[in-house]
Design a protein around this ligand. Structure first.
Ligand code: AMP
Length: 214
């Protein structure tokens, strides 16, 4: 099974990917996570990508498609892939078709998380994660049960993404509207787009996605 999770920043792609990894044994391929790792490790790709990411703009198609190709090459063929935050442009969608064909995989579903954009700025500007296990939290909607301690692993270190500020979020939304939303008709014409209400509670969204996959 290979699926794309599509939706603007803050729609819940990362949260829902975590569930799919845990319960369906799939692998999350998040180009955002790969790029952040490259920035942290100061690789040539990371050095080139950092400023673009800080502005909320899109990194070049060649860079992200090469990252996805490398990940799929390293993956066992029977492990399902969740494409999270990729593709984001028509050129990337075309590359993904080529990469999937090369790895003898096919795309089963494009799950579109439908969300109200006004709510996204609130969601994004309050979010933070455990620095150790990656569990997600939110200043206003989901604080750890014990202040300053991760519910899942007990760590006391948390982190926030540098691009989760209001200005950058607005640019990221614009990029989504201008470059990413236009790839939907391509997948709609193939009859593989499934729409899910991304404004529902996290568990309800998870159930809706589970129902599509089973
Ligand atoms: P994300 O974690 O998916 O929100 O991505 C964070 C940032 O990484 C984006 O705002 C872009 O700057 C960059 N990025 C991630 N995925 C892609 C992609 N598929 N194409 C271009 N840029 C990307």
């Amino acid at each position: 099974m290979n699926i794309i999770l599509l939706g603007p920043p803050g729609a819940g792609k990362g949260t829902q990917s975590a569930n799919l990894v845990e319960h369906h044994g799939m692998r999350q391929l998040s180009t955002g996570d790969m790029l952040r790792a490259a920035v942290k490790a100061r690789t040539p790709v990371g050095i080139r990508a950092k400023e673009v990411m800080d502005r909320g703009e899109l990194v070049s198609d060649e860079i992200v498609s090469a990252l996805i190709d490398a990940e799929l090459t390293a993956m066992a063929p029977e492990t399902g892939a969740i494409f999270d935050g990729y593709p984001r442009t028509e050129a990337q969608a075309k590359s993904l078709d080529e990469i999937l064909a090369k790895h003898a995989r096919q795309l089963d579903h494009v799950i579109e998380l439908e969300v109200n954009e006004d709510a996204l700025v609130d969601r994004i500007t309050g979010r933070f994660t455990c620095a150790k296990c990656g569990e997600g939290y939110h200043d206003r909607h989901k604080l750890p049960e014990q202040e300053g301690v991760c519910d899942k692993c007990g760590s006391t270190e948390f982190k926030r993404r540098p691009d989760d500020n209001e200005d950058t979020v607005r640019t990221r939304m614009q990029e989504y509207r201008a470059k990413t939303a236009p790839i939907l008709p391509l997948y709609e014409s193939r009859g593989i787009v499934r729409k899910v209400d991304g404004m529902a509670g996290i568990d309800d969204v998870t159930h809706a996605i589970d129902a599509i996959l089973t």
